[in-house]
Design a protein around this ligand. Structure first.
Ligand code: SF4
Length: 278
């Protein structure tokens, strides 16, 4: 056990078994996992990672590195894939529907994360457990209004949000205190642990990803052409345009803190607690 930052609305964790942390590989959920492991023996903790099939390459590498060499051996890390639990990846879901998800039709989070996690809870009969999410009030207006604790959350068991009142500095301090590395996706993104073409991302974020991984982003542009529907179509956006923008810029400017702030205030990120935007 290590000293740590105080949790929001602490609960008696010894009443719950297992303690299930939704872990995306982004800073907030990683700090949340670190916090829980500072409070509860690893053998009572489950880390659940939902692989949408569209994660950043750095996130895949980070998750595997953490599992392989960093996390405690007696921590069970479960990889939930929408394509095995629900039937399709993000790409397959878009192709089948012939349209991208949107802020008001966010089927991706529901089908790739919330439902698969709820099914895992049911399959493992974790009815005495608690689901822990790394959401923070400072992240968005919606998150600012979240309750720290719900007796019955989205997965049918209690949900606790111990990081609600933490700052970004608190999050980074918790990860560092645990001696863990940070997801290298933050070298070019201010928000990690989300899909590389997340429909809740700011356009500039996808342009940055396109500069870093043009071939992978080209695959999503090809999907747009195939289905005749584009990312952010209501605002006239498309992955193809982001890719063209990325290719027209010869160098990658250094990303400074707050660099993307104000580019599009509507893109506050996904508030589900399963997709991380911090
Ligand atoms: S990260 Fe974005 S695109 Fe991926 S499931 Fe969540 S809201 Fe959907």
């Amino acid at each position: 056990m290590t000293d740590t930052i105080a949790a929001t609305a602490p609960i008696a964790l010894d009443r719950y078994d297992p303690v299930i942390v939704s872990w995306s590989g982004g800073d907030d959920s990683t700090a949340c996992l670190a916090y829980i492991l500072s409070q509860v023996p690893a053998s009572r903790v489950k880390a659940v990672w939902c692989d949408t099939g569209a994660e950043h390459p750095e996130t895949y590498g980070y998750i595997w590195r953490m599992v392989d060499a960093v996390l405690p051996r007696d921590l069970e890390v479960l990889c939930v894939r929408g394509e095995t639990v629900y039937g399709e990846s993000l790409e397959a879901g878009i192709r089948r529907r012939g349209q991208w998800p949107g802020a008001k039709a966010r089927y991706c989070t529901k089908h790739l994360k919330t439902i698969p996690t709820a099914r895992l809870v049911r399959r493992r009969a974790w009815w005495g457990g608690v689901l822990v999410l790394g959401q923070r009030r400072a992240e968005s207006a919606h998150r600012a209004r979240l309750a720290p604790f719900n007796a019955v959350g989205a997965c049918g068991i209690p949900t606790w949000r111990p990081l609600l009142d933490w700052t970004k500095d608190d999050v980074l301090a918790q990860i560092a205190r645990q001696g863990w590395p940070r997801n290298p996706v933050y070298a070019y993104q201010t928000r990690g642990g989300n899909c590389m073409v997340c429909i809740m991302a700011r356009p500039a974020e996808i342009v940055r990803t396109a500069r870093r991984h043009p071939d992978q982003i080209a695959r999503w542009a090809a999907l747009e052409a195939e289905i005749g529907h584009t990312w952010g179509s209501r605002k006239g956006h498309s992955i193809a345009n982001f890719l063209a923008t990325a290719r027209s810029q010869a160098f990658l400017p250094r990303l400074a803190p707050g660099d993307l702030d104000g580019e599009d205030a509507a893109h506050e990120g996904c508030d589900s607690g399963f997709c991380e935007m911090g």
